[in-house]
Structure formats: C-alpha cells, structure tokens
Ligand binder design. Structure first.
Ligand SMILES: *Cc1c(COP(=O)(O)O)cnc(C)c1O
Length: 400
C-alpha cells in the first residue's frame, strides 16, 4: 500500500509533538469522487444512499451530502439524528434493520422519512398501529430473505435461516397481510444478498432474482406494485490488494440491460453503499511501542489494538499495511527490529484476541515507527471495542 503524501506529511507533523501517536486520518476526497462517478454512470432511476453504519463521522455525512448522495440509509434512531444534524432532510432517510423499537418507528413516522423497510410481520403491525394513531400513511419496502446466497462474500445477509427480512417462501402468506394494513403503503422490495462482493456478476444475479420476484408478486397480488426496488449494499473493496477492484461500470451496464429486459425503466432503484464509498477515505495510524521475538516469531505491539480497529480480527483478514519510518533514537542496543520478514501485529490489550495483522510481510519497521492500516475508512472505529481496557479514544483527524 502507498500512503498518500498528505497523510504521511500530517503523520510526521503529529509525530513531532511527542505524544504517542494513535489516530484515524480521514480524507473524504475519494468518497466524494465515487458518489459523483456513480451518479454519472448508473442507469436512470438508480439512487445512491450512504449506509452510514460504515462510518458515522460528520466528515463522511458531509461528504455524502455535498457530493449529492440521494440520502442516508439508517438503522437506528441515533443514526437518524446524526444524519439530520449533518443537514439531511428526514424525507431523504430510508430505514432498515431487524429490530426497530416503537420509539424509533414513531420518530420515523412523525418525521415523514422516505421508506421504512419492514423486516417481519410483527414490525409491519407495530408500524401500522403507530402510523394509524398519527393519522399518517407510511411508505414501506418489504425486505425479503431470498433463497439465494453469494458463497464467496465476506458477510451474507440472505439465504438459509437469517434474522433479516421475511423468507421468500413465506411471501404468499405474509404479503396479503401486509397489503391489508391500511396505514402502510407498499412500495416494493428490499433484497440485500451479501456484503463485500468484488464479483459484479454475483451482485447482478441478485438483481435479476429480485426482478423475477417483483414480476411474480405483481402477477399474483393485484395492487402490489413494486415501483421501488432496493438492492442493499455490497460493492466490495480489495482488502487483499489482489488488484481486482469492484468494477462499477460493469455493474451499471449489467443493471441497465436487466432494466431494459424487464421493461422497468420507470421504476426507482436504491443502492445503499457503505464500504465501497468510505473504505479508502480512512487510515488507522498507530505507533509501534514494542517489537519482540517470541520463539522465533516477531510480535509487534502497537498503541491501539482491537479497541480501536477491530475489523481485521473480527473478519480474520489483514488490511493493507505500510510503515512510516521515523528513525527515532534507540532505547537500548539490543532492541529488536523488523527486516524483510513476516510478523504479527497486535495492540496493548491483555487478550490474545487483540490482533491487528496475522503473519504479514514487512520490509522494515522499528520501535517508534507508525503502522498505517489502509481501507480503514469503513467499519473502523465505529465497530471497535472502544471501552475495553479504557484506553484513550483515538483522535479522528480530517484532512482536505
Ligand atoms: C450494512 C448495510 C449496508 C452497507 O453495506 P456495505 O457492504 O458497507 O455496502 C447496506 N444496507 C444494509 C441494510 C446494511 O445492513
């Protein structure tokens, strides 16, 4: 991985202040470019939402707003409030997630958000009662747990027994019950197959499957028009630096031909993207406090661990890594260093689970250098065990 010059420059400035370095650096330039690029290449009717669970920091919400994202995909009241505080109109919010409380649904109805994505019959009834009481009609999408999965994906959201949505084979039973709820306005389907998919063909297969479902529903249930179809998120990023990035143009072209094939040119399609938009806009930067040899393997101990960057351990993958060399004075003559070898990175936590990278090759690193983990703009600090061992929260520094 190549660290961008301005990120390295800032790290060197920070290192001069003498405080142990442990921070996230964000620059949302890439995210802004991606949102603008998708708007240019996607077929008419496709609307891109930022799935803010990837990174709820204000800089990312501002980037989504300023670059022209259609809105925010939220999955909690806290996310809703952050999105509104960042300048998004409540009518641009779409609300997913398998356990929405009465308080959360009440907020959604009162603020007239765009769509609530129904995850179960219980939720449909709960929302209907709330909307009825408020004298409103709420637009909904029905989330379906398709009988389909993408085996290679990092995380799957459909196929098999899942907590998301209504099983596809129960639709014939559930949909008429939902259509009968007077305060809900059925607008279409939400089918999100998997996250972190690099293979465009796999995601397009999901799109085709959902189109087939929409056609079947419209033929079976008069009055159930699927005028909005949400494909969820799932555009992957190349964590393993294989050189094969997700190809949004191939996706746009494939989706366009499916839309034409089905005659769905007048319909609306949602994409809720988190990782793809945010990942390459952030770096987790942490000082190397110690390097030791343990029974022939080098263990590198950093100032921050899974308390600040849990994703590599949670998913058992190495993120791209680069070292900023600071040539600091040695503490003693026998001090260990890394020269062209495969080593282990961990943090300061008193648990063996505190791994930042497993058996990763490093050209050179010394105590006092900075380990910089890339593609940390998505699912970084936000999914970490911040409270565990009560270390100081890493600063989040915004460049650009
Ligand atoms: C997490 C999530 C997303 C974003 O997924 P990415 O893989 O980050 O694009 C989108 N929609 C829903 C419902 C989610 O839960």
């Amino acid at each position: 991985m190549q660290i961008p010059n301005h990120v390295e420059t800032r790290l060197r400035e920070l290192a001069e202040h003498g405080k142990t370095l442990n921070c996230y650096i964000y620059d949302t330039g890439e995210m802004r470019k991606k949102i603008a690029h998708l708007a240019r290449i996607m077929p008419a009717g496709v609307e891109v939402f930022y799935a803010m669970k990837a990174n709820p920091h204000g800089a990312f919400l501002a980037a989504a707003l300023e670059a022209g994202a259609k809105g925010i995909e939220i999955a909690s009241l806290g996310e809703a409030e952050k999105a509104v505080a960042a300048g998004f109109d409540a009518s641009s919010l779409i609300y997913t997630g398998p356990g929405k409380s009465a308080e959360e649904l009440t907020w959604a109805v009162e603020h007239c958000i765009r769509t609530v994505h129904i995850e179960s019959l219980t939720e449909a009834h709960r929302l209907n009662a709330i909307a009825e009481k408020a004298g409103k009609k709420q637009d909904i999408l029905l989330r379906i747990n398709a009988d389909f999965d993408i085996h290679e994906a990092q995380t799957t959201f459909s196929g098999g027994s899942k907590k998301f949505g209504v099983d596809e084979e129960k639709l014939a039973d559930v949909l008429p019950q939902i259509l009968a709820l007077d305060a809900l306005n059925f607008r279409g389907l939400h089918v999100y197959a998997a996250s972190g998919v690099l293979n465009v063909a796999d995601l397009l297969k999901n799109c085709e499957l959902v189109f087939g479902m929409a056609r079947h529903i419209e033929a079976t249930f008069p009055g159930a028009l699927c005028d909005t179809i949400d494909f969820g998120g799932g555009f992957g990023v190349d964590y393993l630096e294989s050189g094969h990035d997700f190809d949004p143009q191939a996706y746009a072209d494939g989706l366009k031909s499916l839309i034409d094939q089905y005659g769905y040119q007048e319909r609306t399609f949602f994409l809720e993207l988190g990782r793809y938009l945010a990942a390459d806009s952030g770096w987790f930067c942490t000082e190397i406090l110690d390097i030791k040899d343990s029974r022939g393997k080098k263990q590198v101990i950093c100032a921050g661990g899974i308390n600040h960057f849990r994703r590599p351990a949670a998913l058992a993958i190495n993120h791209p890594l680069a070292i900023v060399h600071l040539e600091r004075a040695r503490l003693f003559d026998g001090q260990e260093s890394i020269r062209n070898e495969s080593v282990y990175f961990g943090g300061p936590l008193c648990t063996g689970a505190d791994k930042l990278a497993n058996n990763i090759h490093v050209e050179a690193a010394d105590i006092g250098d900075i380990a910089v983990f890339g593609l940390a703009g998505a699912y970084g600090l936000t999914m970490s065990n911040m409270e565990f061992l009560s270390h100081e929260r890493p600063e989040e520094i915004v460049l650009g």
